[in-house]
Design a protein around this ligand. Structure first.
Ligand SMILES: Nc1ncnc2c1ncn2[C@@H]1O[C@H](COP(=O)(O)OP(=O)(O)OP(=O)(O)O)[C@@H](O)[C@H]1O
Length: 252
């Protein structure tokens, strides 16, 4: 049996002013997929996410979320989102890790007037899933960029989404921790069965972890499984990226 379609983009074309930013995008994400979208600056990655999240309205084509047309879709709690700027708290920002993660429950419990034991347990569980359960009472601003990013993933996980969307989550995370971070995403996908969409500049490490890779540059140039992607040679990639050549070599 085919897995459920979580997202379907059907001939999506989008423009802010005159010029198309996205052109005739067709893309299907199924339950359990880990899709990575790569593309140079200004290639339309954030615009694509904004359309999927209902922040920008569809102009041409159609988007389906969990089988429903996006303009009728109401179950937004099924989708978790971690934005690019999530990990930019300054030192001393007066909120604890527990409070930040608990704020992901507001849709469910209102403005935490009734923050009960079961909510505390959910917060703890979400932090455990990202390996941050020992940081419960720490001040968010005092954590490293990578640790903050994990806390924000816990915040998105606490309401039990089926799909998690991450926009450039490794900005501000130092190189050594990027790899650990991708391992975490891999585990969330493989162990919890969470469907993931990751937007990134980083074409290196991530291709080993994702199940599907899409290259976006106004059009969707390639969308296949990560193994096919690694078969692409550098010539294809330099044509795609222009002068910004990425080396894609992995030892299998
Ligand atoms: N609100 C807006 N109004 C007008 N043009 C916009 C707006 N937002 C984005 N654009 C333009 O649309 C194009 C795609 O932008 P988008 O932010 O989607 O790209 P991106 O791939 O996410 O880029 P980056 O990797 O640099 O974040 C760019 O040329 C950008 O200048």
């Amino acid at each position: 049996m085919m897995k459920e379609e979580i997202i379907k983009l059907d001939h999506i074309t989008y423009k802010y002013e005159q010029e198309d930013v996205l052109e005739d995008i067709n893309l299907t994400v199924r339950e359990g997929d880990f899709l990575t979208i790569v593309g140079p600056n200004g290639s339309g990655k954030s615009t694509l996410l904004k359309l999927i999240l209902g922040i920008n309205r569809v102009q041409q084509g159609e988007i389906y979320l969990f089988g429903e047309k996006i303009n009728r879709f109401k179950n937004w709690e099924r989708i978790g989102y971690v934005s690019q700027k999530a990990n930019s708290f300054n030192s001393g920002f007066p909120a604890t890790v527990e409070e930040v993660v608990a704020s992901g429950l507001t849709k469910k419990i209102g403005l935490f007037r009734f923050y009960k034991k079961k909510h505390r347990e959910k917060v703890f569980q979400a932090l455990k899933e990202v390996g941050m359960e020992n940081f419960l009472h720490r001040t968010i601003g005092d954590l490293s960029g990578g640790q903050q990013q994990r806390v924000f993933i816990a915040r998105a996980l606490v309401s039990d989404p089926e799909l998690l969307i991450l926009d450039e989550p490794t900005v501000g995370v130092d190189v050594r921790n990027v790899s650990n971070f991708y391992d975490l995403l891999f585990e969330l996908n493989r162990n919890l069965g969470l469907t993931l969409i990751l937007v990134t500049h980083d074409t290196g490490t991530i291709t080993e972890k994702a199940t599907h890779i899409a290259c976006l540059n106004k059009q969707l140039h390639f969308h296949g499984d990560s193994y096919e992607y690694e078969e692409l040679n550098n010539q294809d990639m330099s044509a795609f990226y222009g002068h910004d050549v990425y080396t894609l070599k992995h030892d299998h």
